[in-house]
Design a protein around this ligand. Structure first.
Ligand code: DX5
Ligand code: ZN
Length: 219
């Protein structure tokens, strides 16, 4: 039986209460915390960086699933590893040498993720699938929460899951962007095992985080 993990994105949290919001996610049953790092260059938005992550590290034991939407990314990997990231996910377009960046993340004993934008083909990462812990498939163009899920991404998830099975690999498939109660089952059935969600978890059912996490997990 596939273990489903829920990684709430704090991009949709109340940034003036980040610490308490993370505690709410932990009490609500989150498996990890999805931290969207944006630099205003790789994506047209700016969020948080290592100093904030370092402070948040003190208040929870949950794994930090750090999604680096920054370019360049290689020279900053150490800062996020030192700040307390557990999974460091990068976009291939943001590094000159994906293999070197993957090895660099591993040198800090962190899990490695590679994220594919909706217009980034699977074949860009086929050679690395046996070297990484997860593929983060974007079901929106990165930069903002609350966007609409792109249904054409379902086929990409299925194609990746078929490759994973054919090659007998065990990386996780994580999907990120516009996940809600009506598309979560399709995403999981296509092969995903980790769902990222910001808006649905923080806003649905009057912000009942525990109910929203449970609903996504059992979709
Ligand atoms: C978008 C981020 C996503 C986003 C998800 O660039 O990578 O993690 O915050 O938020 P929702 O669930 O609201 O689409
Ligand atoms: Zn993200």
């Amino acid at each position: 039986m596939k273990k489903i993990k829920i990684s709430p994105s704090i991009l949709s949290a109340n940034f003036s209460e980040l610490g308490n919001e993370i505690k709410r996610l932990e009490q609500g049953g989150a498996d990890m915390i999805h931290v969207d790092v944006m630099d205003g260059h790789f994506v047209p938005n700016l969020t948080i960086g290592p100093p904030v992550i370092k402070n948040l590290r003190e208040i929870t034991k949950l794994p930090f699933d750090v999604h680096l939407m920054i370019d360049p990314v290689h020279k900053y990997i150490k800062d996020y590893a030192d700040a307390g990231a557990d999974i460091i996910t990068i976009h291939p377009e943001a590094t000159e040498n994906l293999s070197e960046s993957i090895n660099h993340i591993k040198s800090f004993k962190k899990k490695v993720g590679v994220s594919l934008n909706p217009n980034t083909e699977l074949n860009l990462v086929l050679d690395y699938l046996d070297k990484i812990d997860l593929i983060l498939i974007m079901s929106v163009y990165p930069g903002f929460g609350g966007q609409k899920f792109m249904p054409e991404i379902i086929k990409k998830i299925k194609d990746l899951d078929n490759i994973k099975k054919d090659k007998n690999l065990n990386f996780d498939i994580e999907v990120d962007g516009g996940i809600n109660f009506s598309n979560a089952k399709k995403v999981l059935d296509a092969g995903a095992s980790i769902l990222v969600s910001g808006t649905t978890i923080f806003k649905e059912n009057n912000g009942d985080i525990e109910k929203n996490i449970k609903t996504l997990r059992t979709a």
